[in-house]
Every structure is written in C-alpha cells, then in structure tokens.
Design a protein around this ligand. Structure first.
Ligand code: HQG
Length: 186
C-alpha cells in the first residue's frame, strides 16, 4: 500500500510541474480533470481507490491541493505559469524562509527569487521554515522577512492556505532570524 506521503509527493510532481511523460491537460487555472489524475495515479499504484486520493487532499495541512467539482489542481509550487486567482493580502509583521546555509548567503546578497517556480514561498513560523529548510540542509538557515514593511513598500503578498507567496523579496527586507537553527557562516 502506498503511503499518503508518497502519494502526495507524486501528486505535487504531476500537478506542479506538468511533466511531459504524463498526458494531463491543464486549464489556465492549473486544474486537470479529476478522472485523468485518478487514472495516472492508479496506473502507478494499482491498489489505490479514489477515497485515498481525497484523503491526501483533505489531510494536507498546507492545503496543497484544491478539488473543485470534477477538476483538481495544486494550490502553489508551480514551475509553469498558472492563473491561481490569488488575492493580495496584508502579511504579518514577519514571515520566515528556511533554506540551505549556502543559499542563504546568496539570498542575503541578491534577495529571494522564485528560481524554478512562479513564486517564492514563505512560512508563518520558524518551525515551518525549519521543516522547509530541512529538505535542503540538515541544519538549515532561517531567514526573517520584514513582510509588513515590504508590503508597505509595494511588495505584493498572496496567501495560499498557511503559505505566503510573493514574486520576489528584495534583500533589504531579509535578515538572519535571531533564533536561527545555525549560523549562516558556521
Ligand atoms: C532558494 C514545499 C539562491 C530558496 C516547501 C529555495 C515550501 C535562492 C530554492 C514550498 C535565491 C527554491 C517551496 C537566490 C531563493 N539565490 N537561492 N537569490 N532565492 N533561493 O523548492 O521555498 O511541502 O522552489 O531558498 O515546503 O524551498 O512540497 O522553494 O531553497 O512550502 O508542499 O531557491 O515547497 O512545499 O526552492 O519550497 P523551492 P522552497 P510542499
């Protein structure tokens, strides 16, 4: 039986990155037909039933997926242009970004950029940023973003579930979080 984590990972891969090896047709909002997704997932995990997929969607604390009628999409993390219909939001005073220590040094010099994705992703808590950063570095660096100040200076923020998104954060709004997991220059 496939774990829900593995299923979730494969779903985010399919829905965020539009891999050429799988024939899924995306609309402009990033939705694909539910039945087509189910078919691809079943081909990979034959024992899967639709309820398992719904559970992954409903069980995602980060609200990674959105099921609307007969279509489904990823809510963030896309590496191709998609009209998510996000509403601008006023962010909290601070947001956090967890990353590898070497990348943090570049970010402090250049600012935060979306790299392979459409947006940069920001966390509401140091704990969440730590979890994000640990994907890249066992002892990640945690950057503190002066989000409200950036917003007041024209940087646009969007909320997607608990995740905040922005196109780019200039370096003047970024510093090392006081309670960082590790010094950026150990
Ligand atoms: C780095 C997952 C050098 C940035 C996570 C990050 C998150 C720079 C990497 C969500 C840079 C991009 C997104 C610069 C940014 N120079 N490196 N100027 N600006 N970077 O995966 O934030 O759990 O696209 O630090 O948990 O790691 O899968 O972004 O390391 O919420 O739902 O470039 O994806 O969500 O990597 O992760 P990513 P991320 P799920």
């Amino acid at each position: 039986m496939v774990t829900s984590e593995r299923l979730s990972r494969f779903m985010t891969f399919l829905l965020r990155h539009r891999p050429a090896d799988y024939s899924l047709s995306f609309d402009r909002q990033g939705y694909v037909p539910w039945d087509d997704l189910v078919q691809i997932l079943r081909r990979r995990f034959p024992e899967l039933n639709e309820q398992d997929i719904v559970q992954v969607i409903d069980g995602s604390e980060k609200k990674r997926f959105e099921l609307r009628g007969t279509k489904v999409r990823a809510t963030y993390g896309h590496s191709f242009p998609v009209d998510l219909g996000l509403e601008r939001t006023t962010p909290p005073i601070y947001l956090y970004h967890g990353t590898a220590r070497d990348l943090a040094e570049t970010i402090l010099r250049e600012g935060l950029k979306p790299r392979g994705r459409e947006y940069v992703h920001l966390s509401q808590s140091i704990e969440e940023a730590l979890a994000v950063g640990k994907r890249r570095d066992p002892v990640p660096a945690i950057l503190l973003i002066d989000a409200l100040s950036a917003h007041q200076n024209g940087i646009v923020f969007y909320a997607s579930g608990p995740v905040f998104l922005s196109k780019e954060i200039p370096r003047r709004f970024i510093r090392v979080a006081a309670k960082t997991a590790a010094p950026v220059n150990p």
